[in-house]
Design a protein around this ligand. Structure first.
Ligand SMILES: [Zn+2]
Ligand SMILES: [Zn+2]
Length: 166
């Protein structure tokens, strides 16, 4: 969405895009990652040392209510914090590694198809959809296998399922 469109859609909702809001929205749009409020605060502070934490949290809430950003919990892999990303992105699923916290984004037709199927099945109009998948990334699967082998070696009598080897 171009700057003008954002201004317009906010105006309709009676929200002014102040310099601080613009700053945070830019950070979220450009990061390409899923940053939590604290990380966003740290980055925003570097650009504007006068910004305080309360303002950043309040601004995030406003951007969320203005439907400019999505708030995600990403399977709570990191605890209770929430993560922010722009609503301008195309629909995608979040694939979260519950061990290292790596987040991948899956884009693709199956997601649109699922959406259409749900709408047809329930006669439902979907406004917002969030797909999150939790598990282990390929790197962590390897690390976990090694950890379990080590644990088994340290306690040879313990019964452990046989690990699959590649
Ligand atoms: Zn991982
Ligand atoms: Zn995302």
């Amino acid at each position: 969405m171009a700057g003008q469109d954002i201004q317009g859609s906010l105006k309709k909702r009676g929200i002014r895009l102040t310099r601080q809001r613009r700053l945070l929205l830019d950070l979220i749009e450009k990061s390409g990652q899923h940053l939590d409020a604290e990380q966003l605060y740290e980055q925003a502070k570097q650009k504007d040392p006068k910004l305080n934490r309360v303002t950043v949290y309040r601004t995030l809430k406003m951007l969320k209510q203005g439907q400019l950003v999505d708030e995600l919990d990403l399977m709570h892999y990191g605890g209770d914090q929430h993560y922010y990303e722009t609503r301008m992105k195309q629909a995608h699923a979040h694939v979260v590694c519950l061990r290292c916290g790596k987040v991948e984004e899956f884009y693709g037709e199956p997601l649109q198809r699922l959406r259409r199927q749900i709408e047809m099945h329930f006669g439902f109009q979907i406004l917002v959809a969030r797909t999150e998948v939790g598990g282990y990334c390929s790197n962590c699967q390897g690390l976990r296998a090694r950890e379990m082998e080590e644990a088994a070696a340290a306690a040879p009598l313990a019964v452990t399922p046989k690990e699959r080897r590649n």
